[in-house]
Design a protein around this ligand. Structure first.
Ligand code: HEM
Length: 406
């Protein structure tokens, strides 16, 4: 099949008035396109083919950071980041992490998440206007990941701020000179803090994740100091921003639909179907990148090894060949039998999101607690007036102003 060329690049989404419209235009050209610098995969089936291929690699991203960043904490963190590791290192680290990051440890967080949600929502009852993103959606996952890791309450806000700065490195725009300097500096501070905490837990283990990661062992293998640091910093960043943004992005589709809210409250619409539709309809992570170790047939196009591939997760999740009325927010699509294929928002394959079950738990508890406490909650901005930010890679709201109504 002949290769379809495009002048589109992922960075274009940063300035597109309607990123989904822009992705739709590209998808109409074909599921697999060739741009100047990369392959762009927009089809749902084709993106899954790449993600599940044993030839798919991510290590080149770590290499890029190794070249771009000055020696120090930021470079160490990005080069050893779990989602930028290839086999066999990836499998070794992930197997050790799996011993500590267990389903049981995650489900035991439920009471903490529930009480945190209630504590944050209670004082909002009398307010006319609340930025739900800053005051609720940001706080719940940030506090939860801190609780999981065992970061003392007094240090949680500072660590969250530092991790926001470091996360700038993940977006193409984050590498301008000022952003770079701030991120590099924040990474040094973050690692200095985490090094102290890890050392403390080494001397005096507790029942938190850091202690469990230190104890994780496979034969003679344990996580190295550099792997521990990169992992803890990655968990901090991956563990709060995506969950916050998925929740608020998704609410912009749900809150204008009072009938759906009534059905969540009377139990006829499961929260799990709503969060699955949040993941499909408004995922915050619009791309994942891969490179192949061998040629691969992707929907009739052969992608050669050694060339960057941008998997447009946001386009795949709205692929009209797979999802009926793909641009409509419809949680009931998850009640059909058979259900449609799951969204790609947590990817598939080796790098399947480690925190997917924690994110699902947080989202469901956040949704239930918010609606139970404020069943008449209203969005104060019309969908046209919402202020979105797109880094080229991540889509998120600047704020989400609501009027809580008991
Ligand atoms: C709605 C929330 C979330 C979304 C949309 C999300 C999305 C993703 C995506 C797309 C990847 C794959 C990245 C790639 O292949 O390059 C990923 C991997 C990862 N996620 Fe998440 N994530 C979420 C929540 C979380 C949470 C709560 C945690 C941790 C507590 C977490 C930790 C990780 C880690 C460690 C990886 C790397 C896994 C590996 O490479 O083996 N994520 N996530």
């Amino acid at each position: 099949m002949s290769v379809v060329h495009t002048d589109f690049g992922p960075g274009d989404l940063a300035t597109a008035a309607d990123p989904y419209g822009r992705l739709r235009e590209e998808r109409a050209k074909g599921p697999v396109l060739r741009s100047q610098n990369a392959w762009i995969v927009l089809g749902r089936i084709e993106a899954e083919t790449v993600l599940r291929s044993p030839a798919a690699r991510s290590g080149f991203i770590g290499e890029l950071y190794r070249d771009l960043l000055p020696p120090g904490a930021a470079r160490d963190e990005m080069a050893a980041r779990l989602n930028f590791l290839d086999p066999p290192d990836h499998g070794r680290v992930r197997a050790l992490v799996a011993k500590a990051f267990t389903p049981r440890r995650i489900s035991e967080l439920r009471p903490f998440i529930e009480s945190t949600c209630r504590r944050l929502l209670d004082p909002l009852a009398e307010r006319e206007s609340v930025n739900l993103l800053a005051e609720f959606a940001h706080e719940v996952p940030a506090l939860t990941i801190s609780e999981l890791l065992g970061v003392p309450p007094r240090d949680r806000a500072r660590l969250t701020e530092l991790s926001e700065e470091v996360a700038g490195l993940l977006s193409p725009g984050g590498l301008n000179p000022e952003g770079l300097e701030r991120a590099v500096d924040a990474a040094e501070q973050m690692h200095a803090y985490l090094r102290g905490l890890i050392e403390q837990r080494r001397r005096q283990p507790s029942d938190d994740l850091i202690s469990a990661l230190l104890a994780a062992r496979e034969g003679d293998t344990t996580l190295s100091e550099a792997e521990m640091l990169s992992l803890c910093a990655t968990l901090y960043s991956a563990g709060h921003r995506t969950t916050r943004d998925l929740f608020t992005n998704g609410l912009t589709a749900l809150l204008p639909e009072p009938r759906l809210i009534e059905r969540i409250l009377d139990g006829s619409l499961p929260a799990a179907h709503v969060t699955e539709e949040f993941l499909r309809f408004e995922t915050p992570t619009h791309y994942a990148a891969r490179m192949l170790a061998e040629p691969l047939d992707v929907g009739g196009t052969t992608i050669p090894p050694g060339e960057p591939i941008m998997l447009a997760l946001a386009a795949a999740n709205r692929d009209a060949d797979v999802y009926s009325e793909a641009d409509r927010f419809d949680p009931d699509r998850w009640a059909t039998d058979p259900a449609p294929p799951p969204p790609l928002s947590f990817v598939f394959g080796l790098h399947f999101c480690l925190g997917a079950s924690l994110a699902r738990l947080e989202l469901e508890v956040m949704l239930h607690t918010l609606l139970d406490r404020f069943p008449m909650v209203q969005m104060l901005d019309s969908p046209q007036r919402l202020r979105w930010h797109h880094s080229g890679l991540f889509r998120r709201l600047e704020e989400l102003r609501v009027r809580p109504r008991p």
